[in-house]
Design a protein around this ligand. Structure first.
Ligand SMILES: Cc1cc2nc3c(=O)[nH]c(=O)nc-3n(C[C@H](O)[C@H](O)[C@H](O)COP(=O)(O)O)c2cc1C
Length: 357
């Protein structure tokens, strides 16, 4: 078996990616639901990278407002991201009651939620297309055919998140223009298409990136645990054409996250994060605080669990109590620098370039 020694070279791949998507540096802000921060996107986009909005819980009007805010501050590129909805959740009154009992020990007792839990998905899809971003992006599945057709008609690229080669191939077959290879190091939710199999799809970036790069004919965007120049150069050397950084931007002032969360990121060892379903019912990686480490009953499915946890989260944030806060973070959290995002993006790229042949 032969090894593909990064042919074409990392620099060639980066140049092709940047040309195609209108960037000067191959650093993408990761879409992060709950961290809309238009100023963060504008700063990364103005630095030559790509901004991002995780629009999971954003109404169509909110999506338009977000795009307007970023455009008022930057001419740069951005992506808008949606989670592909899971099948309707199976409701289980006994399980939800047991979870409410558990959560009552960590905050206010949640009411059993009724739904609807999130804005209408088709209306969100129309809104992200109407916002005319450089790219729309997906996680946990593939966009419906009509969204893919409409994005192509409008010249909007589609970046699809994958955690396995099988998911990546399904996304390419559905029309994805690039694959976001999400390693197990990543902060936030796992992109597994099937919520129930997420625990079995935890390949680290070191193995996932080259496999996808070797097997696919579309560019690979590496994400998960990349927060300094070494990680960027490594991911590009492994075959990626660009990197997508989430946790690494969360300590920037423009991210404006809760100070207790920012502090926890700055102090977290790689083993100080953990995978959990407690926050939403979908598997995700966050700071291993008290509520994550506690012996909890089985979580309700997404998005029921997300609604159950919401009052606990709100109370913990209001009290500034990190024990029950929802503090998403990847394994490279400790590398996240607390500096302005535009400076950070440009510094990281300059340092990464020095590491690349
Ligand atoms: C706070 C937070 C929210 C996230 N929300 C989303 C989301 O809405 N959509 C998505 O595709 N990925 C989401 N992710 C995952 C990121 O896009 C990306 O895969 C991850 O941040 C990469 O790992 P890193 O945090 O180690 O850089 C989120 C990550 C974080 C930390």
């Amino acid at each position: 078996m032969t090894t593909r020694l990064a042919t074409p070279s990392a620099r060639t791949r980066v140049a092709a990616f940047c040309d195609r998507f209108g960037l000067r540096i191959p650093i993408l802000l990761a879409p992060m639901a709950g961290v809309p921060a238009p100023a963060l996107s504008a700063a990364v986009a103005s630095a030559g990278g790509m901004g991002a909005h995780g629009a999971l819980a954003t109404t169509p009007g909110g999506i338009a407002d977000w795009a307007r805010s970023v455009r008022a501050a930057s001419n740069g590129a951005f992506q808008i991201n949606l989670w592909i909805p899971d099948p309707p959740p199976a409701r289980d009154a006994a399980r939800e009651a047991a979870m409410a009992d558990f959560l009552a020990a960590h905050g206010p007792r949640p009411a059993i939620p009724e739904g609807p839990f999130l804005p209408d998905f088709d209306a969100q899809c129309r809104a992200i297309l109407d916002a005319a971003p450089a790219a729309i992006s997906s996680i946990m599945g593939v966009f419906p055919d009509w969204v893919v057709a409409e994005s192509k008609a409008r010249g909007i690229a589609w970046f699809a998140t994958a955690t396995t080669l099988a998911e990546a191939r399904a996304a390419v077959a559905a029309g994805a223009d690039a694959i976001v290879a999400q390693g197990a190091e990543a902060g936030g939710h796992r992109g597994a298409f099937d919520a129930t199999t997420a625990e079995a799809q935890l390949t680290g970036g070191l193995a996932l990136i080259p496999r996808l790069a070797d097997a696919l004919d579309v560019p690979v965007i590496a994400t998960g645990g990349i927060a300094d120049a070494r990680g960027i150069a490594a991911a590009l050397t492994l075959g990626a054409s660009a990197v997508q950084v989430g946790t690494g931007f969360l300590r920037c002032p423009e991210a404006a996250i809760h100070p207790a969360w920012a502090d926890a990121i700055g102090a977290a060892e790689p083993d100080g994060t953990a995978l959990t379903r407690i926050f939403s019912g979908r598997l995700g990686r966050g700071i291993a605080n008290e509520v994550v480490r506690a012996a909890a009953p089985p979580a309700a499915p997404y998005p029921v669990q997300r609604a159950l946890f919401a009052p606990v989260r709100a109370a913990a944030e209001a009290a500034g109590d990190p024990r029950a806060m929802q503090m998403w973070a990847g394994q490279a959290a400790r590398l996240a620098a607390a500096e302005p995002a535009g400076d950070l993006a440009q510094r990281l790229w300059a340092e990464a370039l020095a590491l690349l042949p």
